[in-house]
Design a protein around this ligand. Sequence first.
Ligand code: BGC
Length: 351
Amino acid sequence: MRAVTTRPGVPGSLALAELPEPQPTADSLLVDGLAVGICGTDREIVRGEYGSPPAGAEVLVLGHESLGRVRHAPPGSGFSAGDLVAGVVRRPDPEPCGACAHGEFDMCRNGRYTERGIVGRDGYAAQVWSVAPAYAVKLSASLADVGVLVEPASVVAKAWEQVERIGARAWFEPRRVLVTGAGPIGLLAAMMGVQRGLDVHVVDQVTCGPKPVLTERLGASYHTAAVDAVMTELRPDVVIEATAAADVVWAVVGNTAPYGITCLTGVSSAGRQVPADLGALNRSLVLENDVIVGSVNANLRHYAAAAEALARAEPDWLSGLLTRRVPLADWQSAYEPHPEDIKVVLDLTGG
Ligand code: BGC
């Protein structure tokens, strides 16, 4: 079988390798890989800036946004051959820490977790993969074309859950949300905001192409003005930050409505400095009971919420997020970003 591999830390080592197929076992699902989605984390690993191979190996199979069809399922696993599935990314640390011991491995405290296709564990960018049933999510057959969105949607479902849990510490009835960045995370965050009945706004620099169209099709408003001006105009109750750009982060924090919640979902590179009045930020956070929260990864509860949210969304709108579907024969181009991309998908089913 073929699989996309790289040597973490070694730029230029991306390869389409021929690897032995995993074999059916009594305690794992054997899955035919249909597709993987590609995100900024994959590109960071490809550039040699992030990621690690499994213990004792030099090469990592990439891919954490998975979609596959079960070929073999052990009896009693809850799965059957033919089921559409996505695999969970993170595994608890081996100790495990308290959070991992409670199934909240997305909140791992000691950092010794592993992540398929990212940290210490082979991923899903392979024509055949295996996964423990406890780390697979069954998807509605209606998601056959767009199921690669389950993993990014799980990250967004977790972000929304964080906002709601934090809001629940006192009376909370948010009305307006601003999403910064109209990439896959931002647009899925906007979709889940609309599903919650909120007044949803999205801000991005791009003025044409699918991003404004997809936002408006949701019934949300699209803005291209400077983020600080949009914040002043809207004073949102909730911000979901999905650009990871330091100046955008700085423009949103402390500028929400009172009791505002800003959820940061983007992983930025260090080193970008912006002039900051931390006294003013502190004053605003304290006097308004504002919260800034970081959110990464997702546990099984969030995958289930994501699968459910996607099944409720308009299939056509979801397909619109997949702006480039690359056949395996052209696999390398999937890892090269194009300016008009929203989500790039590598089709694993070709010869
Ligand atoms: C993935 C997360 C992962 C994070 C950090 C993101 O791209 O979606 O599942 O935890 O990278 O490795």
